[in-house]
Design a protein. Sequence first.
Length: 323
Amino acid sequence: MVDEGTLKALEEKVAELKRLMEQDGLALGDELSLLERRLEELRREYFSKLSDWDRVKLARDPRRPTGLELVERVFDDFYELRGDRLLRDDQALRGGLAKLSGMALVILFHQKGKTLEEQKRYRFGMAGPAGYRKAVRLMRLAGRLRLPLVSLVDTPGAYPGVEAESHNIAGTIAQCLDTMLGLPVPTISVIVGEGGSGGAVAIAAADRVLMLEYAIYSVISPEGAAAILWKDQKAAPKAAEALGLSAPRLKELGVVDEVLPEPLGGAHSDPEATAATIRDALTRHLHELSALSLDKLLSLRYKRYRNAGSYREFKGRPSVPGM
């Protein structure tokens, strides 16, 4: 059985051969072709048997295209708007005006960064109150200008620091949800990497929710669930399975409307193809939603979230594994 380490080692070898050919002019075409064929075989074997924990690791892979990289590839134009008009500009959650296939719209997206320095500066995509206040400002702008709102979600969750709590992070997330659910314009969210907790839901309460094939979407991280339920973070793979956070499972449950296929190897193996898939899906869904009257749009949105989920009544205290 192919493991992740073997796959990454071969990917690095292929990348090294390409570098030697480009920079040093070495004649390694035959060797490269052989390794690329072998890599494709191993990828097909590995990706045909992914566990939910494997999907978590793929969603977190730092090589995946960031929000900004996708915005630059998916949209025809982008003009960034900054600041929450109260405290500061939070670069972990960004947005502005954009165009897609000739349609003007407002875009929101999380930005994790690529290098370790960028990731620290953007707090790995974990926005604070200023970021979500900025999101509310842009949502209201979309409503005033009657422009569709699109969001690209990729965050482990909202920033959990003391400063965030002191500036009412929970309240700003609630304000995002209230604003987004009441917008008089079509709204679409795409889960492109991690969709973690309230930090993700804050900009994902949309008319249509799409999800890349190897992205994840969950109320809590597998590590957090494992620590609470099993008192052991090493139980994260078991928690990932229990959470049902994968795109196919969430489509089955009706949480997401469409699963967007990724290139073999994941979004990072071909960012251009990934962006093209997102672009086509957004264009299609925007045309469908724009054809609806406002009353119909709001009615369908209300029904979607009023009837979301299901529950069972327990007589007595439910048992929790490991407790």
